[in-house]
Design a protein around this ligand. Structure first.
Ligand SMILES: *Cc1c(COP(=O)(O)O)cnc(C)c1O
Length: 443
């Protein structure tokens, strides 16, 4: 590709100086000397979080005690934080609840959809998803399909529409793929599902706070998403769940705990589901974690006066474009092949490279060791193992180096420096050192 200006360190610094979002980095506590390219796995720590959580502990819990369920608004936190997330994903106030984990919320919405399908159209016996979907989504789907006597049909990313027919009850997809950063056309695939009479569930784990999402414009039926990735809520932060208001009151989810009851404090022995999204809660919420998540949400909402998600997206694409360009210009011949789509409309906020030429006598790709050597230099990305059962050339067959570019706290000079470290680690053979080749429990 021809570029008008050379990509130099000076040019990257000039881009940082002109960046309308540059002030947002000050909202985060990042260690000195670290370039953090893993905000797609665990978002960085907001400056506000520690003091806010300490205040909830000492004031709201310590002094307020049980009174804080009312006086500090603890009871309404799932809905109040849901309203903040709604602003990021094209939903309205009152439509999202923040609760539980992404896996559990998927269990609830897919369970609700399959219960309904079993009652209204017993001939619909298939759930369609993508073979390279995040494993927890597939595991939950497998478990529910077994429970409901339904089969799970897995398609390749470009074969999803063809996998839809009038036997399909639900299309379950993740909007941005966790390995490759490839993004689906949510509106087009939802319309394709609806044409066949199926419901569409979207997992926004790698989308919320990363790319513009418009659930109403796409006419989706259900969505779930993650609080600890681009929403900076902290490790294990609560996740969220959205149901289109046209379905409110129709679906009953399988984890019908007392927080999903119309009147939990009547302590009635019989179950009556709450109206609206509250019906997708289950039990008592983790208030300390919700307080931390709110600080994370506020860092993303800080883009609103600076151009909103459109400005965030512009910077994200500029960062990922620059990363791709620099790797191709400066790391040519080093065995890295782009695994993320070049087309903007198909790319999320991360860049991945497959390690295509095994250079190790053992046949190992070196992708894991390269990432470990980068981490030792303070450049934190991650590694995802390839699945040898995937067809060659299909998503998922190769070991991947994965770099998340979070525009709130990553700048253009960071990208320059990260790619220079990557080049040095591979060129020098540093990655072959034994300490970089020992596997940890969490990759
Ligand atoms: C990160 C992620 C999850 C995480 O699920 P948890 O229940 O929080 O462990 C689920 N689905 C997708 C697509 C993800 O990217």
């Amino acid at each position: 590709m021809k570029h008008a200006t050379p990509a130099t360190l000076q040019a990257c610094r000039a881009l940082d100086a002109q960046d309308p979002l540059r002030e947002l980095r000050a909202l985060f506590t990042l260690p000195e000397g670290v370039i953090y390219l893993d905000g797609n796995s665990l978002g960085a720590l907001p400056v506000a979080t520690a003091a806010r959580v300490a205040q909830v502990i000492s004031d709201e819990w310590g002094r307020g005690l049980i009174r804080s369920w009312n006086s500090a608004g603890w009871f309404g936190l799932p809905q109040r934080l849901g309203d903040k997330i709604a602003r990021l994903v094209g939903a309205n106030a009152g439509e999202i609840a923040v609760t539980d984990s992404t896996s559990i919320n998927l269990y609830k919405v897919l369970g609700a959809a399959l219960r309904d399908a079993g009652k209204t159209d017993a001939l619909r016996k298939v759930v369609v998803s993508e073979r390279s979907n995040f494993p927890t989504d597939l595991y939950i789907a497998q478990s529910l399909c077994e429970e409901h006597g339904v089969s799970l049909r897995l398609a390749e990313p470009d074969g999803i529409e063809a996998a839809l027919d009038d036997e399909v009850a639900v299309l379950l997809l993740t909007h941005v793929n966790y390995r490759t950063g490839a993004m689906h056309d949510m509106a087009a695939l939802t319309a394709a599902a609806h044409r066949q009479g199926a419901l569409a569930i979207w997992d926004l784990a790698h989308s919320a706070g990363a790319v513009p999402v418009d659930l109403h414009a796409a006419d989706a039926d259900f969505a779930i998403g993650c609080g600890y990735k681009y929403l900076n809520g902290g490790p294990g932060a609560p996740a969220f769940v959205w149901v289109h208001p046209r379905h409110a009151g129709r679906f009953e989810q399988p984890l019908a705990g007392w927080w999903s009851h119309a009147a939990p404090f009547e302590f009635a022995p019989g179950y009556r589901p709450a109206a609206g999204i509250s019906r997708f809660l289950c039990g008592t919420q983790p208030i300390l974690s919700l307080a931390a998540l709110e600080c994370g949400l506020d860092t993303v909402l800080a883009v609103e006066p600076l151009g909103g998600m459109a400005a965030l997206r512009r910077k994200s694409l500029a960062l990922t474009d620059l990363f791709i360009r620099l790797v191709e210009e400066r790391c040519g011949g080093l065995g890295l092949a782009l695994a993320t789509p070049r087309e903007h409309r198909r790319r999320g906020s991360q860049v991945c490279f497959a390690r295509v030429e095994p250079q190790d006598p053992s046949g190992a790709s070196g992708a894991y060791a390269i990432v470990q050597a980068l981490i030792a230099r303070g450049v934190i990305g991650d590694y995802r193992a390839g699945d040898p059962s995937a067809g060659l050339g299909q998503d998922g067959s190769q070991d991947i180096l994965r770099f998340g570019l979070t525009p709130l706290y990553i700048g253009f000079e960071d990208v320059w420096r990260a790619v220079e470290h990557l080049r040095e680690v591979i060129e020098s053979g540093e990655w072959r050192r034994p300490e970089f080749n020992r596997k940890h429990a969490v990759t």
